[in-house]
Each structure stands twice: as structure tokens, then as C-alpha cells.
Design a protein around this ligand. Structure first.
Ligand SMILES: Cc1cc2nc3c(=O)[nH]c(=O)nc-3n(C[C@H](O)[C@H](O)[C@H](O)COP(=O)(O)OP(=O)(O)OC[C@H]3O[C@@H](n4cnc5c(N)ncnc54)[C@H](O)[C@@H]3O)c2cc1C
Length: 383
């Protein structure tokens, strides 16, 4: 039993419903609303607030380490690798322009890759390094990667590695980014509804019926499914699968020399320095470390949050042996997040499903960089 005020405003039939309030869903809602100011654009999110990978990631603003790009080139060819790097780079620039560096806590601290001295991985990267830099130069206007011989010692890392560095990558505060984006979407007139878990979708000739876990049914003109790794739980017939990532953060470490974002073991481990909300300015920084999914690919192909001792123990070994050799530490917090991968490759899935539904998912652990561009493409398909 609704009043005319409720049915005329809060329960007005939406032209667009976006399911999932991550970077993809919120940007797509914002872009659609900008193009169609009169439309009622409703974002349904099952968490009270955004609660997917967007707020559980490591906050790397990166376009790919040398070994990652060489692996991509080996699988997909030079052209596809370059196109993706350009997408990631443009996405990062657009994200920073759209939300502002201060609002997203952007820190241009540089991106790095650790390569074990004299390892096959080092040899592979060293042999291809100059050629890779050359082919990437047209995207960045200059070669992006350098070898950095002095930083390893300054940062207190294990000496058995060689380090590559790019000045063009950085780190951000993913919570601040999501807050700024949600605020901007709401200021544009997008309506956010947390605690709204979608259980079913049915496309009819004149609408899409969205059933919530409460039993409520919402009819919308169009729907964008921006549920990334959770998408297989809502619809079948895609090549998407979930992939869990586990993370830990230490207490502040006095004298920590680590600065920037780092990839290790072909990107299977990643770490950075970080400060938490509430850490006093200038106080010692912490280490954030994640990865290790390759240790149990089958077990981590899940959309259930959780931590396992297999991966957490390995993360602590990496922390002790590679990042903080000879130093003591305490773990302050651990969490997991769910990514969305495609079985057919690394490019995201952005496509129309039927006349009224669009899917934008499968951001493959690159969503900080490409989320805004995936959202722009999705908003185009919603027209
Ligand atoms: C541990 C970890 C580390 C990462 N590190 C990085 C990094 O450093 N740099 C980088 O670029 N990328 C990183 N990523 C990947 C990046 O976070 C994602 O690619 C990106 O956030 C995906 O955004 P999204 O909006 O598509 O999905 P999500 O942020 O997952 O949003 C989907 C939303 O849908 C909601 N939802 C799901 N099911 C339903 C339902 N039935 N009803 C209503 N709502 C629903 C979820 O609650 C969620 O809020 C990392 C990911 C993880 C997990």
C-alpha cells in the first residue's frame, strides 16, 4: 500500500536498474544519468554499501608489469597486449580526472616488479626489456620501464632480486575512491539502494522483472548486470567465473623503507606500503600483501569470502622472507574479495543479453584501471 508520494518518487518505475555498486555499476549509472537526466536510474546493491572487489582490492593503479605484459603477448599477440595497456592507461587517467587525485588518495609512488636474480623469469624479461619498452613508447610518449638497482636495498627488500620500476603507476585508497564515486553518482541524481539482493531476473517484451531476496519485484525498462565475479550466481551461459583473492595488512612498521606498488612471482603476489584511516600523518607505514591464488586455483574459484591457512601462511612467508627480511611484524587485518575472470581471455565481457539487459563483468583483476571504460561502454549499450 504505497502513497502517491512513494509511488511517484522512490518506487517510480526505473528506466535503468544497475545491479551491483562497484566501480563498473556506479560509473555506468553516472554516465547513463548524465546522458538522460530525466531517467530514474536505480542502483541495487546487496551489501549495505558497495561490498565487492572495488572495496576489497589492493588499490594498485597499474597497467601491467613487464612479465605480465610479456605473458599476455605470448598468449594473445602484440596487438592485443598493446590495446589492453592503452585501455588501462587511459582508464587510470580518466579515473583520476573524473574523481580527482585528492578524493581517491592517489599516490604516484611508482610501480615495480621483483625478478629473482639469474632465474628463467629474469632472463625472459631482461631479453625482451628494451623491445617491450620500445613497443610501449607510443602509448606513454617514452619508454615506461627502467631497471632500478639502488631501490632494493633502500627499501629493505631481500637482495636476491632485480627490480624494474615505472614512474607512471601509483597506488590509491580504494575506499576513498568508492566513496567519491558513490557521492558523485548520487549528486547526479542516481538513486542507491543498499541491502537489496537480487535473486532473479526475467526479461519480458515490455520490461525486465527483478526479484529481490525479500520477494519484492521491480519492473525496469533496462537492466545492467554489473556483478562481476558474482554474475554466474545470477545468470547462466557466460564464460565468467569467480576468483577469490586473499589479502593481509601489517601493523605500522617503524622505519619501513618500502614505497610504491610491487609485483612478485609473475604477479601472483603483490604488495605495497599503506596507511590506514586513523594512522597519524608521518607515522610508520604498513605493508599490504595479497595473492597466492595459484597455490589452490580450484579452491579459490569461489564467490564465497574466506581465508585459508594454505594461502595466508604463504603470504606470511613472502612477507617475512622477501619484504621484511630479518624484521618482526604483526598482522593487523586480513580479508578476501571476489574477482571475475573469463575462461576465454582477459578482456572484459560487455554485451547485450536480450533486448533489455546488458552485462559488464569479468574485469580480471584490472578493474581499478579499466572499470571506468568498461562502464562507459556498458552505458552506451543501455541506450
Ligand atoms: C583482493 C583483490 C585485489 C585486487 N587488486 C586490484 C588492484 O590492485 N588493481 C586493480 O586494478 N584491480 C584489482 N582488483 C580487481 C578489481 O578490484 C575489480 O576488477 C573491480 O573492483 C571490479 O569492479 P566491479 O564493479 O566490476 O565489481 P565489484 O566491485 O565486485 O562489484 C559488484 C557488486 O555487485 C554486488 N552484488 C553481487 N551480487 C549481487 C546481487 N545478487 N544483488 C545485488 N548486488 C549484488 C556486490 O556486492 C558488489 O558490490 C583486485 C580484486 C581483489 C578481489
Amino acid at each position: 500500500m504505497l502513497s502517491i508520494w512513494e509511488s511517484g518518487h522512490f518506487h517510480r518505475r526505473p528506466q535503468v536498474v544497475v545491479i551491483g555498486a562497484g566501480i563498473t555499476g556506479l560509473f555506468a549509472a553516472l554516465f547513463h544519468k548524465r546522458q538522460h537526466p530525466a531517467h530514474h536510474v536505480l542502483v541495487l546493491e546487496r551489501g549495505a554499501f558497495p561490498s565487492g572487489a572495488t572495496v576489497r582490492n589492493a588499490g594498485f593503479a597499474c597497467f601491467g608489469s613487464p612479465s605480465e605484459l610479456l605473458a599476455d603477448r605470448a598468449v594473445e599477440g602484440e596487438e592485443a597486449m598493446l590495446v589492453r595497456v592503452e585501455e588501462r592507461w587511459k582508464g587510470l587517467l580518466e579515473l583520476r580526472t573524473e574523481l580527482g587525485d585528492v578524493n581517491i588518495g592517489y599516490d604516484p609512488s611508482g610501480g615495480h616488479e621483483l625478478l629473482p636474480v639469474n632465474s628463467p623469469l629474469y632472463t625472459r624479461v631482461a631479453e625482451a626489456f628494451d623491445g617491450l619498452n620500445k613497443s610501449l613508447s607510443h602509448i606513454f610518449g617514452a619508454p615506461p620501464f627502467q631497471w632500478d638497482e639502488s631501490a632494493l636495498k633502500q627499501m629493505g627488500l631481500h637482495p636476491g632480486y632485480c627490480l624494474t620500476r615505472t614512474e607512471l603507476e601509483g597506488a590509491l585508497d580504494s575506499g576513498a575512491m568508492a566513496m567519491a564515486l558513490l557521492r558523485k553518482a548520487q549528486e547526479s541524481g542516481v538513486v542507491f539502494r543498499g541491502g537489496a539482493e537480487v535473486q532473479g531476473l526475467k526479461e519480458l517484451p515490455e520490461s525486465v522483472l527483478i526479484t529481490l531476496s525479500t520477494g519484492e519485484v521491480i519492473a525496469a525498462d533496462r537492466v545492467l548486470l554489473a556483478t562481476n565475479g558474482y554474475t554466474p550466481g545470477l545468470i547462466s551461459g557466460t564464460d565468467l567465473r569467480p576468483a577469490r583473492g586473499q589479502v593481509l595488512v601489517t601493523d605500522p612498521i617503524p622505519g619501513l623503507g618500502l614505497r610504491g606498488t610491487f609485483h612478485l612471482d609473475e604477479g601472483f603476489f603483490y604488495f605495497r606500503d599503506v596507511a590506514l584511516m586513523g594512522d597519524a600523518p608521518g607515522s610508520p607505514r604498513r605493508v599490504l600483501l595479497g595473492g597466492g591464488r595459484n597455490l589452490d586455483v580450484a579452491g579459490e574459484t569461489t564467490s564465497e569470502d574466506g581465508l585459508t591457512s594454505l594461502i595466508q601462511d604463504r603470504l606470511e612467508e613472502v612477507l617475512q622472507e622477501v619484504i621484511l627480511p630479518g624484521r618482526s611484524y604483526r598482522i593487523a587485518q586480513r580479508w578476501s574479495g571476489i574477482m571475475g575472470f573469463r575462461t576465454t581471455g582477459k578482456s572484459p565481457l560487455v554485451e547485450r543479453r536480450g533486448e533489455r539487459m546488458v552485462i559488464a563483468a569479468g574485469l580480471s583483476g584490472m578493474g581499478v584501471a579499466i572499470g571506468i571504460r568498461v562502464a562507459r561502454n556498458a552505458a552506451e549499450l543501455l541506450k
